[in-house]
Write a protein that binds this ligand. Structure first.
Ligand code: ADP
Ligand code: MG
Length: 224
């Protein structure tokens, strides 16, 4: 589902090149579950951004669901993400002026091709919120929800478009232990039910052990 070959990312920083990832090679099978671990600053978020087509590498290539991202324009990559990819972030990233239900509907409404849109988005949104235990909270705004509840809304939103791949960047980083565990149990269960491929960045060893495959980054390189 994902192939990365010889990925390199170099930023210009104060007039000097700074290589934050070098020679990254990995493969994730369809319905696989890859955990990316490593210390802060080791390049985890940068790698996730390259695999998801948010950014382009300075060298190497990413193939996502059979499509080489290299030749694609920014617009084409955005369209591909809309069709195939879901995201969950450490800081939830809900839109504060929208209710829980409206947040979940955002990716459905942004669906690039009308033919791909779900028939009854509102019903789908309610079902997803019920699945994450928030069936009674559909009209609440993010500020009226706890951190764990906000992240569960974000999970429902991430699955709204039936993505092929879900990318999660330290999704429990802003939650306390018990709340974080509940969110992860839900993430893993939804992932299994929806047969999604999951790529997860985490600091949590226990969580990484639930993955099928773990890679460790150190100073921008994969180490074993
Ligand atoms: N846009 C950027 N420009 C310059 N340096 C960056 C940029 N994005 C990330 N970095 C640097 O790349 C390194 C890796 O960052 P990141 O991928 O966020 O690590 P992690 O997620 O593992 O904490 C850090 O040293 C960071 O400062
Ligand atoms: Mg990070």
């Amino acid at each position: 589902m994902i192939i990365a070959e010889h990925l390199e990312q170099t930023y210009m920083s104060g007039g000097h090149p700074l290589t934050v990832l070098s020679d990254i090679n990995l493969t994730v099978e369809p319905q696989g579950f890859l955990a990316i671990v490593g210390p802060s600053g080791s390049g985890k978020t940068t790698l996730l951004g390259l695999l998801a087509g948010l950014d382009r590498p300075t060298a190497g290539r990413v193939v996502l669901d059979g499509e080489d991202l290299g030749p694609l324009t920014e617009d084409a990559r955005a369209r591909l993400r809309g069709e195939k990819v879901g995201f969950v972030f450490q800081t939830f990233q809900l839109i504060p002026t929208l209710t829980a239900l409206e947040n979940v509907l955002v990716p459905i409404e942004l669906r690039p091709r009308a033919a791909d849109r779900v028939e009854n988005p509102e019903q789908r949104g309610r079902e997803l919120l019920t699945r994450v235990g928030l069936g009674e909270r559909t009209h609440h705004y993010p500020a009226q929800l706890s951190g764990g509840e906000q992240q569960r809304v974000a999970l429902a939103r991430a699955f709204a478009n039936n993505p092929k791949v879900l990318f999660a960047d330290e999704p429990t980083g802003n939650l306390d232990g018990d709340t974080g565990h509940a969110v992860i149990d839900l993430l893993v269960a939804l992932n299994t039910e929806a047969r999604t491929t999951l790529v997860l960045v985490t600091h949590d060893q226990e969580l990484a052990q639930r993955a099928h495959q773990v890679v460790r980054l150190s100073g921008g390189k994969l180490v074993t």
